[in-house]
Design a protein around this ligand. Structure first.
Ligand code: ARG
Ligand code: ZN
Length: 884
């Protein structure tokens, strides 16, 4: 924990490293209370730098000795200021030998070397390596690593690090040792070690070029019944990277290790990926469909980093999206390809759009808004955001939309050809795309440099005489912190036109027939496109497949939306039409509830909407997965994001009213779909079965939103009879949300049955934390439960973060009790784990949007946190920006 004033770091201040490191030899004597790290590295002056000092970083480690070319340095030979250790007047080339001590067992930050359940793990991205040894801990310093691990042979029978195992055995003193060598040079953030009592599922896997690689999934004893899906996902990932991009695994061995205490999802350390157990462990009994999908996506994501992140890495942390945006795009494409069908792909795309609207658009409109490539930061860990990841993936996707799949592939090939083994920038990626395709992508750079969600306003006119249809697109982008004015973006806008019969009209633009979807390139602030030979007044389907991360405004009327919802050949826009129909109702009803105060707001939902929903629900020609998406209402957060003044209770009341209306008025159809979408037999997490379960369980949720005895009985029976966690958890959630009399007993039985499964206990806490009936007192109660602890990030998030960020009604209680609780927990967590605390701190991001009473109370809570004398840079940056 630092108490000095946080410093802002600017992208424009980048300078090349003064010294480069060629080789690093690390020796670890692992002891939870006192680990000794010996680091011998060969360094040489960087010809690209004018600096003559060696600069090393170290944090929370004790320096025992420092030798340069065999000579021990004393204070004065080197200078330590904060985390920076400088050696002035250093020779051209040198061997540095550094010995340091750290205390893994008291490292609650889970950054650097730490213990979890008594074993050793590391997390070095972004700047954790400096918590292990002094090093030029920046991604543009790439070196070759050799690692010797020594530890008690009984407590730590498994000793792992990056690359290949060279030697292992027992030392004269009885301890175990293992020597690892990574043949690839890498930045320090990709270093990893594990010393633990673990077991593994392993397999030899043949690669495209005929070589064989050893694949391993390491878990704690008792979890080998939950590794199949991660292993299968890994094999699929390797195949997919070979087939789609001609990218091969470059090591003889690839390891995944699951650890219960982990700050994020997972980490792509070279050859030794370390994962949050949440993204490894699964079987039908304990994991839901969403968990299985998450495992496939994250295993893919980390594996794909081996090329996009490791072989080609980032020059500096401002370029984080270079690897993250690209790798998220790759894992999204992987998940879509694994399903294969067109609607299957579209359903994954709809999920992505939902994530953007649920989390990224609000971020981009709030105090932490930042460009995909930020210009400055205080704490880099605060910038592992939905903007850098998900909006970054949208930016990569837009290249593919503009250049076509083949053009994009050419760009990727050129990128690897030029930059393999290098640490580069987002500009290098963009230039590879441009050069490989002979395109000028200069304006496209604004997607990296300008924050905020662009708004595209559309106007249309059909000229019957001329048989033309003009589409005028006007783009703008709201101001964001530090960026009052924005320049126009280069926006791919995919457009189709529907005829009266619902079919796509053939499109002619600039005299060319372009099929039924045209990708228009909007580059001006105000631009008009003309379609010719348009013989009838069409309904425009704009931004098909969500071709750009923008807000599209167009004055659709209900009839047009119903037409699109019934017929659009683009499933994403078909879904979108339903979301627009729903959103207009939800906004109107929220307004009515807010205006009525304590009086009866006399709410009503019109037949147009209910009938549109009925038609989709009952249309058995549509995939269940798509129907589930189409029937799911925009979330309370998405509704709030449309409003200048947010009244969370009014929004919740309005949304619940619509859910209950669907439950009541579509009862027969819902019951029919509930019956029709059963998945008897052995559980399988394939897309078709997942879609059926999703639709069935949404039907159940709607039926229980207007609870009658029959529906609650259905939920209870599903809970009792469930043979997989998806059905069991859905039923339990329906009971809890409906305040069913059976809910308490079901919760207890659920806990009793699964108390030995930490990831299921997380679900148990989260389900209660999210229930609108749960208030802060109930959360405080749950915190006293024997299974609760703030020290485990998954557990802290399951209860505290879920309540603060996922239960608007409970959290925004009018008396401010939720905010007081938030302040308390942010402060408590910050003393343990700044990264987890800082995420929680962001629950207050949008405080200025709430009603005046709530705003005042939120501000007070923010000030209380900001006023703490001792606060991490992480939390200080977040609350500071919120209050600025
Ligand atoms: N590179 C990891 C991933 O996205 C994320 C690790 C970030 N960790 C952190 N502490 N900031 O796959
Ligand atoms: Zn990543």
């Amino acid at each position: 924990m630092r108490t000095d004033t946080p410093q802002t770091i600017y992208r424009k201040d980048y300078t090349a490293p003064s010294y480069l490191v060629d080789t690093v030899e690390l020796g670890f004597d692992l002891d939870p209370a006192r680990t000794v790290v010996a680091n011998r590295m060969t360094v040489r002056r960087n010809p690209a730098s004018a600096q003559r000092e060696i600069e090393l970083y170290g944090e929370d480690i004790e320096l025992v000795s420092l030798r340069l070319n065999g000579r021990t340095l004393v204070e004065g030979d080197y200078v330590i200021e904060g985390t920076l250790l400088r050696i002035p007047n250093a020779p051209e080339e040198a061997t540095l030998e550094i010995e340091t001590i750290c205390v893994p067992e008291s490292n609650t930050t889970l950054s650097g070397l730490y213990t979890s359940n008594g074993s050793f793990y590391t997390q070095c991205e972004a700047e954790g390596f400096r918590r292990i040894t002094y090093f030029p801990d920046r991604p543009d310093v790439m070196a070759r690593y050799t690692v010797m691990l020594r530890a008690d042979k009984d407590k730590y029978p498994v000793l792992l690090s990056n690359g290949n195992l060279i030697d292992e055995g027992i030392l004269p003193d009885g301890r175990r040792y293992a020597l690892w060598e990574d043949p690839f040079k890498k930045p320090s953030y990709l270093f990893a070690l594990v010393a633990a009592r673990l077991v593994c599922q392993e397999e030899d896997f043949e690669l495209a070029d005929g070589r064989t690689a050893l694949l391993q999934v390491w878990v704690e004893e008792g979890n080998l019944d939950k590794t199949d899906y991660a292993m299968q996902s890994l094999k699929h990932s390797i195949r997919w990277d070979e087939e789609r991009w001609d990218l091969e695994l470059d090591l003889d061995r690839f390891m995944i290790v699951a650890v219960g205490d982990f700050n994020m999802g997972a980490m792509e350390n070279k050859g030794l990926n370390i994962f949050n157990t949440k993204f490894v462990l699964a079987n039908p009994r304990v994991a839901t469909d969403v968990d299985f999908q998450g495992i496939e996506a994250v295993v893919g994501h980390e594996y794909f980093h081996n090329w996009t992140g490791n072989r080609v890495t980032c020059r500096d942390w401002f370029q984080l999206s270079l690897k993250e945006g690209l790798t998220v795009f790759r894992d999204q494409e992987f998940s879509a390809d694994m399903i294969g069908t067109n609607t299957g792909r579209a359903v994954t795309r709809i999920d992505q759009v939902r994530t953007l609207r649920q989390a990224q658009f609000p971020e981009d409109a709030g105090p932490m808004a930042h460009p995909v490539r930020p210009d400055s930061f205080v704490e880099i860990n605060n910038f592992y955001t939905v903007t850098v990841y998900e909006k970054g993936a949208e930016v990569v996707r837009m290249y593919q939309t503009l250049l076509g799949r083949d053009g994009f592939r050419k760009g990727m090939d050129l990128y690897f050809q030029r930059h393999d083994g290098q640490a580069v920038t987002c500009d290098d990626f963009r230039l590879a795309m441009a050069d490989a395709n002979g395109r000028d992508l200069a304006q496209f750079e604004r997607w990296y440099s300008q924050a905020g969600t662009p708004v595209v306003q559309a106007e249309t006119r059909w000229d019957e005489q001329a048989q033309t249809y003009t589409l005028r697109l006007i783009q703008s982008c709201p101001p964001t912190p530090g960026q009052p004015e924005k320049q126009p973006f280069h926006v791919p806008v995919a457009v189709g036109l529907l005829g009266r019969d619902g079919r796509d009209l053939p499109l002619t633009v600039d005299g060319k027939v372009v099929g039924t979807t045209a990708v228009l390139e909007l580059t001006e602030a105000d631009q008009t496109f003309t379609f010719t030979n348009v013989a009838e007044q069409p309904t425009p389907s704009i931004l098909r497949d969500f071709s750009a991360p923008v807000i599209l405004k167009y004055g659709y009327n209900d009839a047009e939306l119903v037409h699109l919802f019934s017929h659009d050949s683009d499933p994403v826009n078909r879904w979108e039409a339903g979301q627009r129909l729903a959103m207009s109702r939800l906004l109107k009803l929220s307004g009515q509830v807010a205006a009525a105060g304590n009086a009866d707001p006399k709410l009503d939902v019109d037949d147009v909407f209910i009938d549109a929903m009925r038609k989709i629900l009952a249309d058995d020609t549509l995939d269940p997965a798509f129907r589930e998406q189409a029937l799911l209402l925009p979330s309370e957060t998405m509704i709030a994001d449309q409003l200048d003044v947010v009244d969370p209770l009014a929004i919740h009341t309005a949304r619940q009213f619509v859910r209950a209306a669907i439950g009541t008025r579509l009862r027969g159809e819902l019951e029919a779909q509930y019956d029709a979408n059963q998945t008897p037999g052995e559980y399988s997490p394939d897309a078709a079965s997942i879609g059926k379960r999703a639709l069935k369980n949404l039907a159940l949720a709607y039926l229980c939103a207007a609870p009658d005895d029959a529906s609650l009985d259905l939920a209870r029976r599903q809970f009792d009879g469930a043979t997989n966690m998806t059905d069991r958890a859905s039923a339990l959630s329906a009971l809890v949300h409906a305040r069913a009399p059976a809910a308490g007993d079901a919760l207890q039985r659920f806990y009793d049955e699964f108390q030995g499964e930490p990831l299921v206990v997380d679900k148990w806490f989260a389900m209660q934390a999210a229930a609108p009936t749960t208030d802060v007192n109930r959360v405080r109660d749950l915190m006293t439960h024997k299974a609760f602890t703030l020290r485990n990030p998954n557990r802290a998030r399951s209860l505290v973060s879920t309540f603060c960020a996922g239960n608007p009604v409970g959290f925004h209680a009018p008396d401010g009790s939720g905010y007081a609780f938030w302040a308390e927990q942010v402060i408590a967590l910050d003393a343990l784990n700044p990264q987890v605390a800082s995420r929680l701190a962001r629950a207050m991001d949008r405080w200025r949007r709430y009603t005046p009473d709530l705003q005042a109370r939120m501000k007070r809570a923010l000030q209380q946190v900001a006023g703490q004398a001792k606060l991490s840079n992480d939390v200080r940056e977040v609350v500071g920006k919120a209050l600025a």
